[in-house]
Design a protein. Structure first.
Lengths: 106, 106
DNA sequence: TGTTCATATCGAGGTACTCCGAAACAGCGG
DNA sequence: CCGCTGTTTCGGAGTACCTCGATATGAACA
């Protein structure tokens, strides 16, 4: 009768949106999906800054920021501030954990 | 720029609810979670009838019925009518496909 | 045919999600 | 310190989700 892992449910809620899923997918290969030229820091190191993601997603900047914050709360991405730019990158370890937990629960 | 698989998103939306996730988890081992005595048919064959699931979930009958219908629309379970009882069972093939698609997209 | 039981569907109240623009916050450069 | 730029947070309008009770359907059985 024990309820399913709340962290898993939170992650699934974050994933249950085509745009958030897309963002996570783009972040798998940042150099493939975002302009290298504009990068203020190594994408593999810190990730991609919000403006690039926003441009590619085509949604309002506030919306993209909120989506990224939700992905972060769900533990799927990590944020790093470099100067005035916030960079988001996937947390591969947590993502793998979540997929494993899904396999266990599901 | 291609959008993520809509079927995957629909499945994730269905999974992004603790109760629906729980139902799916219970259905993994029906004989472990539901009374054998009341079973009108082999759980491994057709699954578990709505009344048993409803009793265990403790929600209104209409709610459980709607949740099961949503899981079915998402392709996660199959329904079989036996007399006046509708039995639901996991669609293991589709579930495996969805997990694979998630691994590919994510 | 009428009744009864299992399930599905409908309608509704409350809550959460989606997305926006406006405003607040935070790092810079002058 | 001021303004500029990137980002976050806030307030709101529309939509979807959660959950229920009431009602409708469908299958069995007297």
């Amino acid at each position: 009768m024990i309820a399913p892992d709340p962290d898993l449910v939170r992650a699934l809620r974050a994933l249950a949106n085509p745009i958030r899923l897309q963002l996570l997918s783009w972040l798998r290969e940042p150099e493939r999906h975002f302009p290298l030229e504009g990068a203020i820091a190594d994408p593999a190191e810190v990730g991609v800054c919000v403006s690039h993601i926003q441009t590619k997603a085509g949604l309002a900047q506030s919306t993209v920021s909120a989506y990224l914050a939700e992905l972060q709360r769900a533990g799927l991405v990590q944020a790093t501030r470099v100067g005035k730019w916030t960079h988001y990158k996937r947390d591969e370890r947590r993502i793998a954990q979540i997929v494993a937990a899904l396999g266990r629960t599901l």
